[in-house]
Write a new protein. Structure first.
Lengths: 179, 482
């Protein structure tokens, strides 16, 4: 029987959730036996090769490229899991939502004390920023959400293992207690 | 892949280059004869930390700004703490606090460098830049060199455990704060880490030997690959010793002469400025006295090993001397020399951890100091990827009114653009675009270990999409790799 396929993706975040996944340490050697990785930062597949069983995404949605790639995840993944504060509620990057985008751009590219000859970046080769940072569930339907900043490796491992066995994840309190 | 050379201008787009914070993209403009006219390395992410952190209480900075990066949050956690030490009027933290922070920092340098070298560089270095796609990722390393891959996983794990013991969590910890730290190292924690540290030094040396052997086997080619000369910037101690945690700023030119030396953080605005270009969200720092054209510089392992006068741990110092001999009295400029320099720092970090773990100050109880409040704090440290600058201004209500962050990889922006240009000239100019070419550009960027490299392709390579468009932007041909 074919191994289940897992894809992972990253949007506007810090990559800490993927780093936390790597904190499964030696269990990665087992994971590689249990599943087949499709599109993911942790292998060399850059495009979805077809439908995928489980998709895991971190990071919120802050530009038009994020929207495009997130929609591809929903299209291809039977089960889509959002992990980490950024994906679930926008996280730290969404702190810009209380400030007009124009002010954020001006502070970074015009007003900063080290700026010499500033200009706001604007070019067809770079993505357009959205008015706010959005959690992923405001763009696509999400099947499961795992909060944390980041969720611990043990939490990620427990949830993933349950789903791969066809069970509903039932995480004990210690794994979902966050600071 | 056949490319029609029909005497039209073409633009080659590589998107995404997934080894930077967020994503990066390369565009190469070709003229009618297929010669490289212009190359650009675009950074396509923006979040706005410098603005949205305004209004927050100053003691929140170490917790908030470390969310800039999930690979090196410790760098930002410590840089922000050091800047806020100045704001709290603490010009010298307690010995326990300094050593806890140093241990945290060497732990993170160790895990970051191990992950970069083994998971990213080793597939190219072990199998060759032109090896088939299926082999150029760490799954293939795991299959053919399982010992090497397993050690890499355990080396990263050790660094993460050091971070957890010193900051409370492996990622986004809370251990460092303005004026000091909030925990010391327990005897149990120390014993657990001490038990493994000699092995970590040993494996670090093995990794360095592997890197040196592979490099020496193809020295002439690797010395030229994507190579150009530049200025270098690094923090050094008062006596010029390598110091990844603290010190003053030094800049050297391509011949190794000092441009400036022992600059203190408070004066940084006289020495570093940033240019903005409309086609990238990442800025372009330069040395102010030299101006925009000539003032760009490199940071990170190659800069640090070149700029320092010596390293104060024995194995790393011996290795540094062997490395510097490659330059024949001048700094070493080769892009691929970054890997070798990085591995020297890996060994140095492990030697430093061993020293610190034996120090009883780590069990000391003076954790935090207080002083006279000030309204400005500037600090820096040498993050794994390069010099990291944090500057904050704070008002009398204790709220942040300004934040200026020059993040390590940003310093290398011009250099990475130059590497792409040089490699495009070396391998693309006037030639058919092949899959191997794509990997060559990737290898050049990867040497700089831009942030996100760690996990973005821990087991793989950059996904690359190359599109040929004619002068009207119509797609002529497309190649996807991965």
């Amino acid at each position: 029987m074919a191994k289940p396929k897992v894809a992972t993706g990253h949007f506007t975040g810090c990559f800490g959730c993927h780093m936390s996944l790597l904190d499964i340490d030696e269990r990665i050697i087992d994971l590689v036996e249990l599943v087949e990785f499709d599109k993911s930062p942790i292998n060399d597949i850059k495009r979805f090769s077809g439908p995928v069983d489980i998709g895991i995404v971190e990071g919120g949605v802050s530009n038009d490229e994020n929207v495009e790639f997130l929609k591809q995840f929903r299209e291809h993944c039977k089960i889509l899991i959002a992990i980490g504060a950024c994906a679930l509620n926008g996280g730290v990057p969404s702190m810009r939502n209380t400030v007009p985008l124009k002010e954020c751009l001006e502070e970074a590219y015009l007003n900063g004390p080290t700026i010499s000859g500033g200009v706001i970046p604007n070019d067809p080769d770079i993505p357009n920023l959205l008015d706010r940072v959005y959690p992923v569930h405001e763009v696509v339907k999400i099947d499961y959400a795992l909060p944390g900043c980041p969720p611990s490796a043990d939490t990620l491992w427990a949830a993933l293992s349950a789903l791969l066995s066809g069970e509903e994840p039932a995480l004990p309190y210690e794994l979902v207690k966050y600071d | 892949m056949a490319v029609s050379m029909n005497n039209e201008k073409r633009k080659v787009v590589i998107n995404p280059v997934t080894r930077v914070e967020g994503h990066g993209k390369v565009t190469i403009q070709l003229d009618e004869n297929g010669h490289v006219e212009r190359t650009r390395f675009h950074i396509v992410e923006f979040r706005g930390f410098e603005r949205f952190v305004q209004g927050r209480m100053y003691w929140e900075a170490p917790i908030i700004v470390q969310r800039l990066c999930g690979i090196c949050p410790v760098s930002h956690h410590l840089a922000a703490s050091k800047a806020m030490d100045v704001v709290e009027g603490v010009d010298q933290v307690s010995p326990t606090a300094e050593k806890m922070r140093r241990l945290m920092h060497y732990g993170q340098t160790y895990q970051s460098h191990a992950l970069h070298f083994f998971h990213l560089a080793s597939p190219d270095l072990l199998f060759g830049f032109d090896a088939p796609v299926e082999k150029r990722h760490v799954l293939a390393v795991l299959a053919e060199y399982p010992d090497v891959a397993k050690k890499a996983v355990l080396m990263r794990k050790y660094g993460q455990e050091v971070i957890k013991a010193t900051s409370g969590k492996k990622i986004h910890g809370t251990g460092s704060l303005p004026g000091g730290v909030n925990k010391n190292l327990s005897i149990a924690e120390r014993d657990a880490l001490q038990a493994e540290v000699d092995t970590m030094i040993e494996w670090g040396v093995e990794g360095l030997e592997l890197c040196k052997n592979v490099t020496k086997a193809d020295l002439d080619n690797l010395a030229k690959f994507g190579t150009f000369e530049s200025n270098f910037v690094s923090i050094v101690a008062e006596d010029g010793c390598m110091d990844l945690y603290d010190g003053n700023l030094r800049a050297i030119d391509a011949d190794g002469n000092k441009i400036f030396d022992q600059v203190v953080p408070a004066d940084y605005l006289d020495y570093i400025q940033e240019e903005v270009r409309p086609w990238s969200y990442m800025k372009f720092p330069f040395i102010k006295p030299l101006g925009k054209e000539k003032g760009w510089y490199r940071v990170g392992p190659l800069a640090r090993v070149n700029a320092c006068d010596y390293i104060d741990t024995p194995i790393a110092e011996k290795e540094r001397q062997e490395f510097m001999a490659l330059g024949g009295g001048r700094p070493v400029h080769a892009t691929m020399a970054y890997h070798w320099a990085r591995m020297i720092e890996l060994v140095h970090s492990a030697e430093k951890m061993k020293e610190l773990l034996a120090d009883p100050d780590l069990q000391g109880t003076e954790l935090r100091r207080k002083g006279e409040r000030r309204n400005r704090g500037v600090a820096w440290l040498e993050a794994p990827r390069g010099t990291l600058f944090h500057h904050y201004e704070v008002d009398d209500k204790d709220q942040i009114t300004l934040a200026n962050l020059i993040v390590s990889t940003t310093n290398n922006n011009e250099a990475m653009n130059e590497a792409v240009r040089v490699i495009a000239d070396q391998y693309l100019d006037g030639k058919e675009i092949t899959e191997g070419l794509l990997n060559h550009i990737e290898v050049g960027i990867r040497a700089y270990d831009p942030c996100l490299s760690c996990a973005t392709h821990a087991l793989g390579q950059m996904r690359l999409q190359v599109q040929l468009t004619d002068a009207d932007g119509k797609l002529i041909d497309e190649k996807l790799r991965g």
